[in-house]
Every structure is written in structure tokens, then in C-alpha cells.
Write a protein that binds this ligand. Structure first.
Ligand code: NAD
Length: 246
């Protein structure tokens, strides 16, 4: 499905990003696994290698423009181009109502979850314009609706959806497709520090009656990255067990 394609995945040292990197590699892509967490990143590369596919790790902080520039340069240097990018790195941030929200927490969440996606595309698109490509930006159900005490996250993810639409219409004629994926609550380290009662309550918010798995998100991302989604651009795709249908 992705033979001869080169992919970068940010936040690929854990959770959804790791599942995406593994799936893209299993589908034939050569993958640059990127994260600020070196250990997690190397574990992902090892898992991909154990499956007989090819990947390298590159440390990059998505909230730093120069790191995004260097990440794209690494893909081109190591594998000769860039065809697929999954801008997935993200953090949860503090929990508080807007009137009490910590300013530093706001700045950090916006820097990683929103500016990080912009910086990613800012450097990925000029390279992709040469031969076409597919970008998937990781939004959330919270890119469509609010969630108490999560203003920065909600604002950033809504921003990711808007940014995705804008990039999609600007580069559709260059054969660069840009889409956003919106997971419901997924069992990853991002939510694992929540207590059992909260997790149970979150399960109940999904009509399917459970939390999602990282692999279930990665399956959709793989499809969007592939040529099977050749007429799909500027879209937001939920993978949320029915959360948004209520
Ligand atoms: P996770 O915590 O398991 O993985 C996130 C990864 O991003 C980590 O490896 C972390 O080191 C990395 N990261 C954090 N800040 C970074 C930075 N500045 N630069 C580079 N890497 C950085 O979380 P996850 O659940 O796999 O989340 C992945 C994406 O999916 C995020 O954008 C998150 O907002 C989104 N998402 C998650 C859920 C969920 O319920 N888990 C739901 C909807 C959307």
C-alpha cells in the first residue's frame, strides 16, 4: 500500500503515533519515527525492525520550528524524499476552567498541539509539492466539541481542524492531500493517569461502550495516507465509537 513511500510520524514514541508508525512501515513505507522521548522512539524503531521493515529515529520537539525543518531534512537525507506525514505529537495540558486556566499551561498546549502542526506542515509541504503527498493531522473529538476544564486542548484541536482545511484547499492542485483525524478517548499513556472511576465514566460517553485502541486509529490514518484515499482532502474523520453522533 505504501511501497517506495517515505513517511514521518511525530509523537511516534508512544500510543497512537507508535501504532501509526508500525502500520505505515508494515504497509511498505520507510518511516522516520520522531519524538522528544528517545527511549520510546527507539522502542518503536526496534518494533518496526523486528517486523522486517525499515525505520530510523530522529529526535525533534514539534513546538520548535527548527526541529521540524531538521526532521524533514532527515527524511530527505536518509530516504530521498517525503510523501507521508502524520503530525500526531500532542499533550493533554492542565485541567481548569477558562477563568482559572494557567497561562503557562495554555502557552505550552498551544505550542505543541497547534503550532507544532503548523510548523510540521510549514516544512513538509514544500518537499511534498515536488512529488505529491498525504498529510494527516491528529485532532480529536475535542476538535469538534468542548470538554469542561480542557480549554487549551479544545482550542488547539479546533485549530488543527481549521488549519487542515486551509492547507488542503491551498495545495489540492499540487497533489498534496491534507486531512484530520479525530479520535475519541483512546487507551494510551495520555489518559492512563486518570483514576478508575474517571476512565469508567469516559467509557460510558462512547455509545460503543468502551475506549478505543491505538490500532483502531492507526487503521484510519493508514488509509488516509494511502492512494486509496486519492479523492479525500480537507476532511475531518472521526474514529470515536459514536461519541460525536449523540
Ligand atoms: P501519548 O502520550 O501516548 O503519546 C504522545 C507522544 O507525543 C509521546 O511519545 C510524547 O513524548 C510525544 N510528544 C509530546 N510532546 C512532544 C513534542 N513537543 N514534540 C515531539 N513529541 C512530543 O498520547 P496519544 O494518546 O498517543 O496521543 C497522540 C495524539 O493523539 C495527540 O495529538 C493527542 O492529542 C491525540 N488524541 C489522543 C486521544 C486519547 O484519548 N489518547 C484522543 C484524541 C486525540
Amino acid at each position: 500500500m505504501l511501497k517506495d513511500k517515505v513517511a514521518v510520524v511525530t509523537g511516534a514514541g508512544s500510543g497512537i503515533g507508535r501504532a501509526v508508525a508500525r502500520k505505515l512501515a508494515a504497509a511498505g513505507a520507510r518511516v522516520v519515527v520522531s519524538d522528544i522521548d528517545e527511549e520510546g522512539g527507539h522502542d518503536t524503531v526496534a518494533a518496526i525492525g523486528a517486523g522486517g521493515a525499515e525505520a530510523v529515529f530522529f529526535k525533534a520537539d514539534t513546538s520548535r520550528p527548527e526541529d521540524n525543518d531538521a526532521l524533514v531534512a532527515e527524511a530527505v537525507k536518509r530516504f530521498g524524499g517525503l510523501h507521508v506525514a502524520v503530525n500526531n505529537a500532542g499533550i493533554g495540558g492542565p485541567m481548569a476552567p477558562v477563568g482559572e486556566y494557567p497561562i503557562e499551561g495554555w502557552d505550552k498546549v498551544i505550542a505543541v498541539n497547534l503550532s507544532g502542526v503548523f510548523y510540521g506542515m510549514r516544512y513538509q509541504i514544500p518537499v511534498m509539492k515536488r512529488g505529491g503527498g498525504s498529510i494527516v493531522n491528529m485532532a480529536s473529538i475535542l476538535g469538534q466539541v468542548g470538554f469542561r476544564n480542557s480549554a487549551a486542548y479544545v482550542a488547539a484541536k479546533h485549530g488543527v481542524v481549521g488549519l487542515t482545511r486551509n492547507a488542503a484547499i491551498e495545495y489540492a492542485r499540487d497533489n498534496v492531500r491534507v486531512n484530520a483525524v479525530g479520535p475519541g478517548f483512546i487507551k494510551t499513556p495520555l489518559i492512563e493517569n486518570l483514576d478508575a472511576d474517571t476512565l469508567k465514566a469516559l467509557e460510558g460517553l462512547h455509545p460503543i461502550g468502551r475506549l478505543g485502541e491505538a490500532d483502531e486509529v492507526a487503521e484510519l490514518v493508514l488509509w488516509l495516507c494511502s492512494d486509496k484515499a486519492s479523492f479525500v482532502t480537507g476532511s475531518y474523520y472521526a474514529v470515536d465509537g459514536g461519541y460525536l453522533a449523540q
